[in-house]
Design a protein around this ligand. Structure first.
Ligand code: ZN
Length: 185
């Protein structure tokens, strides 16, 4: 019957419009979230690239060579502050406040460079009970492990186009373990 067919096509149009509305609002939510993540990263990046954080990073990086934690109070405070900021970056990445891939892509080498020195300071802080925490900067170690495993497609890392490298890159931002879980041996 023509009337029924008219009604059916009207219903179909209504359903299509409703479905489109759902898709559009979902896309809006995703885009807004992404925009928020990028803005948060930009803000964090300004801190990370500030002159004193830069100096703090190099103090930590050079620690395994000098094998001595600076006695100088302003230097040791700067080291603690630097590790605190990176611990915060690690939390932001874990909670997806900032894009995880951006964090790993930009910071994997600086983080690898800091890893050994940061471990020395952690050990020292645990021994002297400096920070009052059982193990200070709890989320930083997760990020440091992630950075160790990260492999970029950019020429900062040696090319690795085997399937193993591709899978590793694809899954780099997954399985962000929680601070309570022990690190894999
Ligand atoms: Zn690299």
């Amino acid at each position: 019957m023509p009337m029924n067919r008219f009604q059916a096509s009207k219903d179909l149009i209504a359903i299509t419009i409703a479905a489109l509305a759902v898709v559009v609002s979902l896309l809006t939510v995703i885009l807004q979230r992404r925009q928020g993540q990028r803005a948060a990263y930009r803000e964090m990046y300004t801190t990370l690239m500030s002159e004193d954080l830069h100096r703090g990073r190099f103090l930590i990086k050079d620690l395994p060579q000098t094998e001595d934690i600076p006695n100088n109070e302003s230097d040791s405070r700067l080291i603690y502050r630097t590790l605190g900021v990176f611990d915060n970056l690690a939390m932001f990445a874990r909670q997806r406040v900032v894009p995880r891939r951006w964090v790993l892509e930009v910071w994997h080498h600086p983080l690898k460079d800091m890893h050994e020195g940061a471990n020395i300071i952690r050990q020292k802080a645990i021994e002297t009970k400096d920070s009052g925490a059982i193990s200070p900067w709890p989320q930083l170690w997760i990020l440091l492990d992630k950075a160790e495993a990260y492999h970029s497609t950019f020429p900062c890392c040696p090319p690795d186009n085997g399937w193993h490298g591709r899978v590793r890159r694809l899954t780099a931002t997954w399985h962000w373990r929680s601070p309570g879980q022990p690190a894999k041996p």
